[in-house]
Design a protein around this ligand. Structure first.
Ligand SMILES: O=P(O)(O)OC[C@H]1O[C@H](OP(=O)(O)OP(=O)(O)O)[C@H](O)[C@@H]1O
Ligand code: HPA
Length: 218
């Protein structure tokens, strides 16, 4: 992995005590550490937006991958729409929402369900797509999604993911714009969930064993 493309999050460098930041009381026992505080996420989102605008080439169809990608998408779009390219032009944006699901508890089921109608896909022909995702873990979701989107002949597809996980389970897929490379632990917060819980937590945290047991699905 190329370290200049993202911030490498290691437990040695990023080791925040839970008492240093506000954690909602309903999750106090359910996270074991804060990996990336909300303020750091927002600063990194500003930089990613800058990189995306600098390399943009006309209007973008920004595709939010639901549900986990929604917070990064909202914050990223908010910055992009206020920026201009080096030649002083703002970037026209249209927004699309794609539902993709493959996780049960903290495991990929291997079966990636993509909710997109034929009519929605046909709209992609000849457009520049920017896919906005929260995390690349095994990479299975993104590889499957890209396979589907390419069939509809967009002019270009770029992918940004706030997080990429350093894991042996990776299929090797690396997005164009990455925020942070994180250790191989199950993370929650900033819209990343465990069985739909923790999306209402601002910081990106490592889930605790207590949290996994409390919110486990059979
Ligand atoms: O690289 P992978 O191993 O495929 O994992 C990444 C995917 O897993 C999560 O989605 P999930 O299926 O949990 O749905 P969600 O976005 O609704 O939480 C996440 O939002 C990514 O889409
Ligand atoms: O670590 C994770 N956290 C939340 N959702 C995920 N989907 C894949 N990996 C993760």
């Amino acid at each position: 992995m190329d370290p200049s493309k993202w911030i490498d999050v290691t437990p040695e460098k990023f080791n925040y005590h839970l008492d240093h930041f506000v954690i909602p009381t309903h999750y106090e026992k359910d996270v074991s550490s804060i990996l990336i505080p909300h303020g750091v996420i927002m600063d990194r989102v500003n930089k990613l937006a800058r990189l995306i605008v600098d390399e943009s080439n006309g209007p973008l169809v920004v595709c939010c991958i639901l549900k986990g990608g929604h917070q990064y998408f909202a914050d990223l779009v908010n910055v992009i729409k206020k920026l201009t390219t080096k030649s002083g032009n703002s970037v026209p944006l249209s927004l699309e929402f794609i539902r993709v699901k493959s996780y049960h508890n903290d495991q990929s089921t291997g079966e990636v369900k993509v909710s997109l109608t034929e009519d929605e896909c046909k709209e992609f022909k000849g457009k520049n797509l920017l896919i906005v995702e929260d995390i690349i873990d095994t990479g299975a979701t993104m590889v499957k999604l890209l396979e589907k989107l390419r069939q509809y002949e967009p002019s270009s597809i770029k992918v940004t993911s706030l997080l990429i996980k350093k894991t042996d389970r990776s299929n090797g897929y690396i997005p164009d714009y990455v925020g942070f490379a994180i250790p191989d632990a199950f993370v929650v917060g900033y819209a990343l969930d465990y069985n739909e819980y923790f999306r209402d937590l601002d910081h990106i945290c490592v889930i605790s064993e207590h949290g996994k047991e409390r919110y486990a699905n059979p």
